[in-house]
Structure formats: structure tokens, C-alpha cells
Design a protein around this ligand. Structure first.
Ligand code: NAD
Ligand code: TYD
Length: 365
């Protein structure tokens, strides 16, 4: 059987690069990776694939219709997997415009190109084609402490500009299915962690700061709850959805692993104490800083549709995944330095310099 080609967008970012690695490792498909290489995208993430003949990297924007049209025409993919996005909530608070441009306008351009291409396919290939929109649980808004986790039927109630831009994109994906019949799939996943996550996100930031004896900045009281999923489990779920998901459906993906931010930071401190006893106790570095504006209190995912329809279960426990992630960052100091150069330092100043530290201090002992 001929190996299919997939157009992956945003494949040089965190989840996209893990996805591309696993797709190529297992030989599921040839991959064309279209990525704009923003501050979050790095060719280093996929440097081991430079000699892989089943992998093509294209530097470009999902909002560039003529480029996308030509990639579809030349590579004839059987699926488009859209990871490309501005993805950091804090950046969306400082500057939402880029989120609207890529997440909404860019995704819409990609949909227009996908529709043109899909209409050009002969019957069999058209019915096998899939457009997979990789989205987030943040579109559902915030849960109270006793609310049932998000199901696919929850109302969209996004609170941050990031979440609103992803919600808008999801609505457009739905509309292209309902109106034009484009065979779309949408996944809404919880917080991912693991290798290649940008050092400005919670877990890598805490690992980096803890290792270099810098403060561990916890927003507000740190009791905000997120559901966490190891990135490879997300990638496995995406492949299953692509191969066996029903066109027009949405699937919630999560780790059944709710944790308060403060608990995560303390779990990391314990791992750091074991790995670097000279810095112990790392919990002395925990510093409560001003809260994020509009900070959602709790996300949780009911992934029973994924279990029931596609037989998917996360395989990595949080303890295993966190320990592995800490080791990965320790062993990839060169990668961290490369992706942290320049713009990252400016972001750290922009995001943290005016936050101060607040009266609550759960860490100092
Ligand atoms: P990321 O920020 O690490 O990577 C995004 C990638 O998209 C980068 O490589 C960037 O260069 C690229 N990109 C940005 N704008 C582009 C454009 N206009 N054209 C082409 N490429 C562009 O993000 P991530 O954490 O890997 O998330 C990937 C996707 O998964 C996003 O759509 C995000 O909303 C979704 N998601 C993320 C999480 C999470 O916990 N990280 C959870 C659920 C869903
Ligand atoms: P983040 O990794 O930005 O993901 P998201 O906002 O998409 O959930 O943040 C995860 C949680 O950690 C979120 O509740 C905000 C919090 N957080 C901190 O407390 N301190 C930090 O320095 C960062 C980056 C995040």
C-alpha cells in the first residue's frame, strides 16, 4: 500500500514537532511541514529529519493562499493537520492581533485552500480526505470546582483572546463541514507537556528557573487547575482521530489528570531536589506574582468519547511524564539555549518585570 502524504502546519512547534517525529518514526505518512518559524517554531526541533526523504520542510505562512494551493497541488496530501497557531495565553493578553491573524484569518485561508483542493479530488480520494483542526479545551471557558469536566457538548465560552481566536477557528471549521461538506475533524485537548515545549510555558519555565536558582513565578494563589497530558499521548490520539474519526465530529482529549499549578511546581521542586541536591530545597524559590488577567480557574476534560469510539487511553502517568520531561530538559541544554536566544529574554522581561511578588508566599521555608 502506498504511504499517504500529510500536510502538517506548525510542525516546527512543540506538539507539531512531536507529532512529525512520531509519524515519521512509525512511517504512517510522508510529511510536508509548513511553518512560519515564529518565536515558537524551530527547525532544530526536527533537525534529525534532514536526511529523511519522507519529510519536507517549507518555511511559510498558513495565510499565504498561493503557497498553500501550490503545496496541495504538488504533494497531493490525504490530510491536513493544522497545528499552526499563536498559542500562549499571556502573549494574547499583551498583543491579541497576531492571534486573530494566524488563528482566525490564517485558519480560514487554509480552509479555503483545503476546500478548493478537496473539490478537485476524484471521488475515492475526496471521501478519504480529512482536515484536522488541533484545538484546545480553553474554548470551553472555566469550570467551577464541582462542575463536570468538559464534554464535546459544552457551550463555547472562551475567556482569553487566545481561547477566543481558537474558538473562532473551530467555528469556521464546523461551518466548512456543515456548509460545504469538507470532511473536517476537530480535537480539543488539555494542557500538554513534554520534550520541545517552549521554555516560556509553565513546566519548562519552572525547570529552567529551578535549575539556575531563579524564582519560580506562580500567578496569583496558584490554585488554578489544569488537566495535563503527556505530548506523545496527544499525538497518538490525533493519529487515531485522523485514521478512524468520523468526519464532522469533534473529540475531547485529556489526561484525566487535574492538578493545581502550585502542586505541579512543588512536584517539580521535589524532582529538582533529587537531581540537584545542592540547590535543595527548591521550594524556597516559589514566588507568588500578580495573577494573569481573566485567569481561568479550572479546566478538566471528559475524554470518554475518545475511549469509547476510538479505544484511546493515555499511556504515560503524570509522575513518569514529569520525571522524563525534567531529564529531557537537563539533557538538551543546547536546545534550550538555542530557542531561548534574544526574543525569549525580552519576553521574560515583558511578562514578569511588572508583576512584582505578592504577599502570598507558599514556597519559602
Ligand atoms: P507552539 O506555539 O509551540 O507552535 C506553534 C507553531 O506554529 C510554531 O512552530 C509556529 O512557528 C507555527 N506558526 C505560527 N503561526 C504560523 C503561521 N501563520 N503559519 C505557519 N506556521 C505558523 O504551539 P503548540 O503548543 O505546539 O500548539 C500547537 C497547536 O495545538 C495549537 O494550535 C494550539 O492551539 C493547540 N493546543 C496546544 C496545547 C498545549 O498545551 N500546548 C493544548 C491543546 C491544543
Ligand atoms: P501555560 O503553560 O501558559 O498554559 P495555559 O495558560 O494555556 O493553561 O500556563 C499553565 C498554567 O500555569 C496557567 O494557569 C498559568 C500558570 N502559570 C504560572 O502560574 N506562572 C507562569 O510563569 C506561567 C508561564 C504560567
Amino acid at each position: 500500500m502506498q504511504v499517504p502524504s500529510w500536510l502538517v502546519t506548525g510542525g516546527a512547534g512543540f506538539i507539531g514537532s512531536n507529532f512529525v517525529h512520531s509519524v515519521r518514526r512509525e512511517g504512517y505518512a510522508r510529511v510536508v511541514n509548513l511553518d512560519k518559524l515564529t518565536y515558537a517554531g524551530h527547525r532544530e526541533n526536527l533537525e534529525d529529519l534532514v536526511d529523511d526523504r519522507g519529510y519536507v520542510f517549507v518555511h511559510g505562512d498558513i495565510g499565504d493562499a498561493s503557497l498553500v494551493d501550490s503545496l496541495l497541488r504538488d504533494h497531493q496530501p490525504s490530510a491536513i493537520v493544522n497545528f499552526a497557531a499563536e498559542s500562549h495565553v499571556d502573549r494574547s493578553i499583551m498583543g491579541p492581533q497576531e492571534f486573530i491573524q494566524t488563528n482566525v484569518v490564517g485558519t480560514h485561508t487554509l480552509l479555503q485552500c483545503a476546500l478548493r483542493y478537496w473539490k478537485s479530488l476524484e471521488h475515492g480520494r475526496a471521501s478519504d480526505f480529512r482536515f484536522l483542526q488541533v484545538s484546545t479545551d480553553e474554548v470551553y471557558g472555566s469550570l467551577g470546582p464541582h462542575d463536570h469536566p468538559f464534554t464535546e457538548g459544552n457551550q463555547y465560552r472562551p475567556n482569553s483572546p487566545y481561547a477566543a481566536s481558537k474558538a473562532a477557528a473551530d467555528h469556521l471549521v464546523r461551518a466548512y463541514h456543515e456548509t460545504f461538506g469538507l470532511p473536517t475533524l476537530t480535537t480539543n485537548c488539555s494542557n500538554n507537556y513534554g520534550p520541545y515545549q517552549h521554555p516560556e510555558k509553565l513546566i519548562p519555565l519552572m525547570i529552567g528557573n529551578g535549575r539556575s536558582d531563579r524564582p519560580l513565578p506562580v500567578y496569583g494563589d496558584g490554585l488554578q487547575v489544569r488537566d495535563w497530558l503527556y505530548v506523545q499521548d496527544h499525538c497518538d490520539a490525533l493519529r487515531l482521530v485522523l485514521e478512524r474519526g468520523r468526519a464532522g465530529e469533534t473529540y475531547n482529549i485529556g489526561g484525566d489528570c487535574e492538578r493545581a499549578n502550585l502542586d505541579i511546581v512543588h512536584a517539580l521542586c521535589r524532582l529538582l531536589d533529587n537531581a540537584y541536591p545542592q540547590g535543595a530545597p527548591h521550594a524556597r524559590l516559589v514566588t507568588h506574582v500578580a495573577d494573569r488577567l481573566g485567569h481561568d480557574r479550572r479546566y478538566a476534560i471528559d475524554a470518554s468519547k475518545m475511549h469509547r469510539e476510538l479505544g484511546w487511553q493515555p499511556r504515560t502517568t503524570f509522575d513518569e511524564g514529569l520525571a522524563y520531561t525534567l531529564r529531557w530538559y537537563a539533557e538538551h541544554a543546547d536546545w534550550v539555549a538555542a530557542v531561548s536566544a534574544g526574543a525569549h529574554e525580552r519576553w521574560i522581561e515583558t511578562n514578569y518585570d511588572n508583576r512584582g511578588s505578592t504577599a502570598v508566599n507558599g514556597g519559602g521555608k
